[in-house]
Design a protein around this ligand. Structure first.
Ligand code: SF4
Ligand code: SF4
Length: 448
């Protein structure tokens, strides 16, 4: 087992994982309509290869990737392409083109969906990368970055370690926990495929110590493979962030504005490894994922294997409906997730959970003046100065905010969580980031 390095920042949160941790993964079923955004990953949107009225089957290609950073999109079940039209995107907060599929209930599988390999000796690293691209695999931890791009870093960035992120530090969410518990063997198979594809000799499975059963299951599954090691991390939010994980496990600091590959590391989520492992054995592309539907505001907190594109309302209904009066429905976890404005929005490839909070839990704290206590600074895992960044942002001092490294902020929310004056630090920081980036885009555009 890996011995951990000292890290700074982070906060202790009430993880509320007990609400859904005991709920085994169950299929959510097929809703009446699936909405599949062409842009549900980092990078360029995919381009439709089907047209309205086409009949498609489960696993059939619906849209192909465009450009170097993009991902393919497949039909989660059989049915008819009802429309290709803009729909409201819950993360981007605007209308985005989507393929709308009307399922026929038969769930017929496309003939091209066939197992790729029995074991990893019968598939090469290059074939795995091509397959990862073909199945539209993206990081399932939230950012949805195309995995094939991660597996092919530039030649001047040698990678020596691959981390499998099973920390799942966001409160409430237990989808990764259940995967590690129920599907440890497939997760490890997929992780070894990722290692082979990236030509990395050393893999470390990283899990927080609040998941002892998952640690045992993963330890058993990885024991035949000497190239794999285990790191058990004390639970502290946001330990599962890529940069924090690398620092805690390897003692390497990703430089400001840098990426894990700058310090010789690739990080993937356990859900990504599971999807690849299953896909190699069955041929099924990324068309479904495990999603926790949890929180005090649902009757039966659950973990569902849900088709990509399933409406949030359908999943809440499957979880027994609302318990009491809902106050907030969050896509993702409560720390970094996005509050959804309509329950009609669909889940995306990067959706790990739906958290429903009751009305009485969503009290609006009165914001008070900053008392210069420094707790936000102590909480920041990236050693930033949230109090200053937010103060500059609030006053519209964008240059000062940029100099204070506002663009490095990962928006983890640890600072705001700790602030006794209830100052909306992340909101201000986020606003400054988007204004700085918009200004840069406008300047680049003017130069062309
Ligand atoms: S939201 Fe940004 S500033 Fe606040 S703790 Fe996280 S990384 Fe630091
Ligand atoms: S934690 Fe809140 S009150 Fe304390 S210094 Fe930071 S912004 Fe000010």
């Amino acid at each position: 087992m890996i011995s951990l390095k000292r890290t700074s920042g982070g906060v202790r949160v009430d993880d509320k994982k007990d609400l859904s941790a005991g709920s085994p993964i169950e299929p959510a079923g097929i809703p009446g309509e699936l909405v599949l955004f062409l842009s549900q990953h980092t990078g360029a949107p995919s381009k439709p290869v089907v047209k309205v009225q086409d009949l498609v089957k489960r696993g059939q290609l619906l849209a192909e990737p465009q450009g170097a950073i993009s991902a393919a999109l497949h039909a989660p079940t059989s049915g008819k392409v009802k429309a290709i039209e803009p729909r409201y995107h819950p993360i981007q907060g605007r209308l985005v083109d989507a393929i709308v599929l009307e399922p026929d209930g038969k769930n017929e599988v496309f003939e091209g969906v066939v197992p790729r390999a029995r074991d990893l000796d019968s598939i090469s690293g290059e074939e795995i990368i091509a397959f990862v691209r073909e199945i539209g695999l993206v990081g399932l931890g939230g950012a949805a970055f195309p995995t094939a791009v991660k597996l092919t870093p530039p030649a001047d960035k040698p990678i020596d370690t691959y981390l499998l992120n099973g920390a799942e530090c966001e409160p409430y969410l237990t989808s990764d926990y259940r995967l590690m518990l129920e599907e440890a063997e497939v997760v490890i198979f997929g992780f070894r495929a990722l290692l082979k594809a990236a030509r990395v000799a050393r893999g470390i499975v990283c899990i927080e110590d609040n998941k002892p059963e998952a640690i045992s299951a993963m330890q058993r599954a990885m024991s035949p493979f000497p190239e794999l090691d285990l790191a058990v991390l004390p639970s502290r939010y946001p330990r599962g962030g890529e940069k924090q994980l690398i620092e805690a496990v390897l003692g390497r600091e990703v430089p400001p504005a840098g990426l894990p590959l700058d310090v010789g590391v690739i990080v993937s989520n356990v859900g990504t490894a599971f999807t690849l492992g299953k896909a190699i054995r069955t041929g099924l592309p990324l068309v479904e994922r495990v999603i926790s539907v949890t929180g005090e505001g649902v009757t039966r907190p659950s973990n569902f294997l849900a088709l990509i594109g399933t409406p949030v309302s359908y999943l809440i209904e499957k979880a027994g409906g609302f318990s009491g009066t809902p106050g907030k429905v969050i896509m993702g976890g409560p720390m970094m997730g996005i509050s959804v404005k309509s329950l009609d929005v669909p889940v995306l490839k990067g959706t790990s959970g739906i958290v429903v909070l009751k009305k009485e839990q969503v009290k609006k704290d009165k914001m008070l003046p900053c008392i210069r206590c420094g707790r936000c600074v102590d909480a920041c895992p990236l050693r930033l100065l949230p109090v200053w960044m937010a103060a500059y942002a609030e006053r519209g001092l964008l240059e000062e905010a940029e100099r204070a490294r506002v663009l490095d902020c990962c928006e983890c929310g640890a600072c705001a969580y700790e602030c006794p004056a209830k100052r909306p630090l992340v909101q201000w920081i986020r606003m400054a980031k988007s204004e700085i980036l918009a200004k840069r885009r406008a300047q680049n555009h003017a130069r062309k």
